[in-house]
Design a protein around this ligand. Structure first.
Ligand code: B3K
Ligand code: ZN
Length: 893
């Protein structure tokens, strides 16, 4: 943590490093309170850069010795940097040896080398390697690594690092060693080591080319029975990357290690991925369908980084989306391909878009808005955002769409060609987003992407979510339909003016009976402020189905009538737009109701047309259960709030709760049928069909408990309790518990107690137990006292990021009705926790700090109260860079 105000780092200031580090030979004497690190490097001057001093980054290190070519040398410290001025002249490589110590047991930030549950782990991205040794801690310095680990053999029987094991053996005093060599050059943020008492599930596989590989998933003894799904996901990932992109596993050994103390989901260290246990451990009894899906997608994501990120990495951190946007796109495609059937692909797409619109769109409209390739940052860890990841993935998806050709409608083949060229050009290099876009375009010279490349790249440079307005005019006399699309984009911090984007808009037309008008499906490319597109030979006025499959990350305005939306919902061939039509109708009802200041106690929000349509969806035998569950799920409070100019979170909460209640009551009979029809019996399998059925059955149970609550009946809560007890898997058990807690019925309390007793030794399940209580629908302000009380629970521990997220983040970020209190107590709680967390884990604290990003949109008294809370945090003088950057942006005019 720095006392002085830090300066922003700017993209335009990038310069190549003055030195290259070709090889790194590290020796660790692992000890929790004093680990000794000997770092021997081969260093040479970069001939392209004028001679200057070597400045090495370091943080919280004790420096013992520096030697050049085996002899002593002069050096000085400049802040955190070790500066070497008297180095050998000329372009010859020289040896640089640095000996330091550090204290892993005191490393509460979980960045660098740290201890968790008596084992050692590392996390180096983005700038953690400097907390292990002095180094050129920047991604464009790629070196070959050899690593020797020495530690007590009893306490740390397993010693792992990147690459291949060269040798291992015993040493004096009960210690032993292992020596690893990584055959691939890498930036230091991909370095990793692990030491501890671990056991592994192993699998040997043979790749298409006939090479043998060893896959290993390391966990704590006792957790081995929860690693099958992770291993299956890893094998599927290896096969998928080879089949879809021709990218094979380039290592003899690929390891995944799970730790319960981790700041994020997982980390793609070369050959030695380190994972949060949440994304490794699963058994039917302890993990839900959502957990199973999360593991598949994160295992895939980290594995796919092996090429997109590791083989080709980022020149500088401004290019983060080069690896993250592309790898998210790849994991999304992987999950879709794994889901198999068309309807399940659509479900995955809808889920991804829902995240984009409820989290990324608000980010793009708030104080932390930044382009997919940012121009400046104070703390890079604050830029691992939904914009870099999810919007970045949409940018890659648009590239695929824009290289489509006849016979390759989605653009998959064109995109795969582009990927091939990207690797031909840049394998082993640290490059920029421009290099990537250029390769995709060059491989598809006839494509719209190639024609509009410079303009397309505005997606990388301009922040903010574009708004597209669509207006259709039908001409009876010449049977033409003219669709006029216009675009605009609101200003964002530091960017007041925006140039037009290149926006692929997939469209289709429906006739008055809802049937598709054949031959009119196309991808319109909007590249000017306004453009008209004419459809000929249209017999009668059509209903346009626009932005199919969410072909671009934009807000779409189109003035369709409720009847037209209902027709799309009932008939469109595009599953995404069917779902979207239902969401539009629900949002419109909510907004009309809120704007008219109606009272949800006395008026109903949803009209009969909508309720009938929902009934029809529920009983439609041709629709999959997973899709029905998505259609019947109302837009979130956050999403509704984003559509309002000024937000009273309590009104939004009350209105949405009233909508839920209405859906529960009006469709009661349908929910009963649904519940009966969708219960899955027999052995658990996380496949798309059965998980979809469970999702719908659990939603039905939830709705039935809600309806019962209104009637004062205990029949369905009683059934829910029975379902909770009888459940043969966590999805159903937790679904039943959620239904009980959601209805506020008295049976919820004993069920919660029983759940805790059953799973008291399963940390990930106890996380769910905390999260459920913190995110339960607020009833007259009851959530905050519950959360405060839960903080006193013996199982609560703020230092464990998963636990902090399960209680604190669930309350502050996933429970708007409970958090935004008129008495400001939720905001006071938030400021206390941000400050408390910041003292030992700035990265996690800065995430929590973002919960009040949208304070300017709040109505009074919330707005002023939120501002006061942010000012309270900002007034602290010893804040980390991480939190300081977030709160000062939030308060900026
Ligand atoms: N690359 C890591 C994220 C590192 C975050 C550092 N604060 C995980 C991932 O995106 O795969
Ligand atoms: Zn990633």
């Amino acid at each position: 943590m720095l006392e002085e105000q830090t300066k922003a780092i700017r993209r335009v200031d990038y310069t190549a490093p003055a030195f290259w580090i070709d090889t790194v030979d590290l020796t660790f004497d692992l000890d929790p309170s004093k680990t000794r690190v000997l770092n021997k490097m081969r260093v040479r001057r970069n001939p392209d850069v004028a001679a200057q001093a070597l400045r090495l980054d370091g943080e919280e290190l004790n420096l013992a010795r520096v030697m050049v070519n085996g002899g002593g040398t002069s050096f000085k410290m400049d802040g955190n940097q070790l500066v070497l001025e008297n180095l050998p002249e000329g372009n010859e490589a020289f040896d640089l040896e640095i000996f330091t110590t550090c204290n892993p047991s005191k490393n509460t930030q979980l960045s660098g080398l740290y201890v968790s549950n008596d084992s050692f782990f590392t996390q180096c991205e983005a700038e953690g390697f400097r907390r292990i040794t002095y180094f050129l801690d920047r991604p464009d310095v790629m070196a070959s690594y050899t690593v020797t680990l020495r530690a007590d053999a009893q306490q740390y029987p397993v010693l792992l690092s990147n690459g291949n094991l060269l040798e291992q053996g015993s040493l004096d005093d009960g210690r032993h060693f292992a020596k690893w060599e990584d055959p691939h050059k890498k930036p230091c943020y991909l370095f990793a080591l692990v030491a501890g008492k671990l056991v592994a599930r192993e699998q040997r596989i043979v790749s298409r080319s006939g090479k043998e590989h060893l896959l290993q998933v390391f966990v704590r003894p006792g957790d081995l029975d929860k690693t099958e799904h992770a291993m299956n996901s890893l094998m599927a990932s290896v096969a998928w990357d080879e089949a879809r992109f021709g990218l094979p596993l380039d290592l003899e050994r690929f390891m995944i290690v799970a730790t319960s103390d981790f700041n994020m989901g997982a980390m793609e260290n070369k050959g030695l991925n380190i994972f949060n246990t949440k994304y490794v451990l699963a058994s039917p009894a302890t993990a839900t369908d959502t957990d199973f899906a999360g593991i598949e997608s994160v295992v895939g994501h980290e594995y796919f980084h092996n090429w997109t990120g590791n083989r080709i990495t980022c020149r500088d951190w401004f290019q983060l989306s080069l690896k993250e946007g592309l790898t998210v796109f790849r994991d999304q495609e992987f999950s879709q391909d794994m889901a198999g059937i068309e309807s399940a692909r659509a479900v995955k797409r809808i889920e991804d878009v829902r995240v984009l619109r409820t989290v990324q769109f608000p980010e793009d409209a708030g104080p932390m808005a930044h382009p997919v390739r940012p121009d400046a940052y104070e703390e890079i860890n604050n830029f691992y955002t939904v914009t870099i990841y999810e919007k970045g993935a949409e940018v890659v998806r648009m590239m695929q769409t824009l290289v489509s050709a006849p016979g390759d409608e989605e653009g998959r083949q064109g995109f795969a060609k582009g990927m091939k060229l990207y690797f031909e050009r840049h394998d082993g290099q640290a490059v920029t987003c421009d290099d990537f876009a250029q390769a995709i375009a060059d491989a598809n010279p006839q494509s719209s992407l190639a024609n509009l490349l410079t303009q397309f790249k505005r997606w990388y440079s301009q922040a903010g979510t574009p708004r597209v307005h669509a207006q259709g005019v039908y001409n009876h006399s010449n049977l033409s339909y003219t669709l006029t699309l216009s675009q605009s984009c609101a200003s964002t911090p530091d960017q007041s003016h925006k140039e037009p984007f290149v926006i692929p808009v997939k469209v289709g037309l429906l006739n008055q009976h809802g049937q598709a008008l054949a031959g009119h499906d196309k991808t319109l490319v909007l590249s000017e402020a306004s453009q008209s597109f004419v459809f000929e030979n249209i017999e009668s006025e059509p209903t346009p189905s626009l932005l199919r499959n969410f072909s671009a990350p934009v807000n779409l305005d189109c003035d369709l009538t409720d009847t037209q939306w209902l027709s799309i919902l009932a008939n469109d061939t595009d599953a995404f737009n069917r779902w979207e039509a239902g969401q539009r109708l629900a949002v419109q009802s909510a907004l009309r109701f809120i704007r008219a200041s109606k009272d949800p106690q006395s008026d109903s929000v949803l009209d009969e047309g909508y309720l009938d349509a929902m009934r029809t969806v529920l009983s439609n035998p041709e629709l999959d259960s997973a899709f029905k569950e998505l259609v019947l799920t109302l837009p979130s409070e956050t999403y509704i709030s984003e559509q309002l100019e000024s937000v009273d979170p309590q009104i939004v909460h009350a209105v949405r709760e009233a909508m839920r209640q209405q859906l529960a009551t009006a469709l009661q009979a349908d929910w009963q049928t649904c519940y009966a029809q969708n219960r899955v019996l027999g052995a658990y399998s996380p496949d798309a069909i059965s998980s979809g059925k469970r999702a719908l059955a659990n939603m039905a149970l939830n709705m039935l408990c809600l309806a019962a609550q209104k009637e004062g009946s205990s029949v369905w809560p009683g059934k829910a309790l029975q379902a909770f007890k009888d459940a043969s898997n966590m999805t159903d058990r937790f679904g039943a518990l959620t239904a009980l807690v959601g209805s506020g019925h008295a049976l919820a309390e004993p069920a919660l107690a029983q759940f805790h007793a059953l799973f008291k030794n399963e940390a990930l399940v106890i996380d769910k137990w905390f999260a459920l209580q913190a995110s339960a629908p607020d009833r007259s302000g009851n959530t905050l006292p519950i959360v405060r009380q839960l903080m006193q629970h013996p199982d609560f521990n703020l230092r464990n990021p998963n636990r902090a997220r399960s209680l604190i983040f669930s309350y502050c970020s996933a429970n708007p009705g409970g958090f935004h209190r008129a008495d400001a107590a939720g905001y006071v709680f938030w400021s206390e926790r941000v400050i408390e967390l910041d003292a030992f884990n700035p990265q996690v604290a800065a995430r929590l700090a973002r919960a009040l990003d949208r304070w300017k949109k709040l109505a009074e008294p919330y707005r002023q109260a939120a501002k006061t809370a942010i000012e309270r945090v900002a007034a602290k003088t010893d804040l980390s860079n991480d939190v300081r950057e977030v709160v000062s942006r939030a308060l900026a005019e």
